[in-house]
Design a protein around this ligand. Sequence first.
Ligand code: DPM
Length: 358
Amino acid sequence: MAEEANASNGDGKISRLIRIGTRKSQLARIQTDSVAEKLKELYPDILLEIVAMSTTGDKILDTALSKIGEKSLFTKELETALEKNMVDLVVHSLKDLPTTLPPGFTVAAVLKRENPHDAVVLHPKNVGKTLAMLPEKSVIGTSSLRRTAQLKRRFPHLEFKDIRGNLNTRLKKLDEKEDFAAIILAAAGLRRMGWENRITQILEPEDCMYAVGQGALAVEVRAKDTDILEMLSVLNDTDTVLRCLAERAFLRHLEGGCSVPVAVHTEVKDSQLYLTGAVYSLDGSDLLKNTMQTSIATSDKCQQEVDEQVQRVGITAIKICSGAQDNAERLGMELANLLLSKGAKEILTVARQLNDAR
Ligand code: DPM
């Protein structure tokens, strides 16, 4: 451990100073604070310092995410800070992290996933209605191609328009104007912000499947920091890690980024991992969807393998059975291969071209 990374905590004990980088948005701060609190409980002797930064993504709030293109929009500045040893950890929403991280970085922990589903937030004048009940041509705000494609298919009477900005801005745009009848947001983000009471409907998989990694927090670190990897490994939730490995392998193998109409649904039951994945045309008229499963049973053999440091789709989850991780990753790849064999590549290529031309 480097000398300057140590600090005295006042009572003569030397403890490690850990700096956590975060974006400045309220949601990012809340997410970072929640991870910091967990670390503080687990390791009372460490000193934590939170360093807040603005990212490119935060500065261009009026452009739809799907139009910006660059995948690492919200992560680049934070990774630079990691690289320069200005911070030691960065907390992200896993769904914002590309499935391939730049060399030298890895996700050391994926925390227990919250409700991964999307939620409807209605304009106050519509309260009491569901999406199905909204009048013809009601305008729904979202700039997610994934949400738009699925919901257009399911609710052809509705119209969809981009809405950008952080969660605070979006709720304001909804409530204070008449532009939108409702907006769609991740239930997890709304809950973290304390706005669960604004959720009027949770979208079931039949209506809208979620994004890869949605609802899970990830902690990114320098891959070479083995002591930090070790320290953070206790934050991992096994089911969440395995589900997200399968989902991310699916997305990576499809060569989808964070802005393609790709959706998933995963479940763990009786040591089986079930992955449903789908790709959509932009208007939802075309889709390919399938479900596959694999065993994630842990055996005695696992115990001998637990300390290996292998990165899978950007995640290094030491202490989780490597056999189960391999199976989860393979499941995602195989489901992607199945959809690719049915024409997924063509659907995604057309979707990208049409989106670029918008
Ligand atoms: C990504 C998407 C969105 C975010 C695309 C998608 C939504 C963009 C939009 C990859 N990242 O979901 O299809 O609505 O215009 C984001 C949110 C959270 C993490 C907010 C949200 C919070 C939930 C979580 C933005 N990233 O989706 O409502 O931690 O999973």
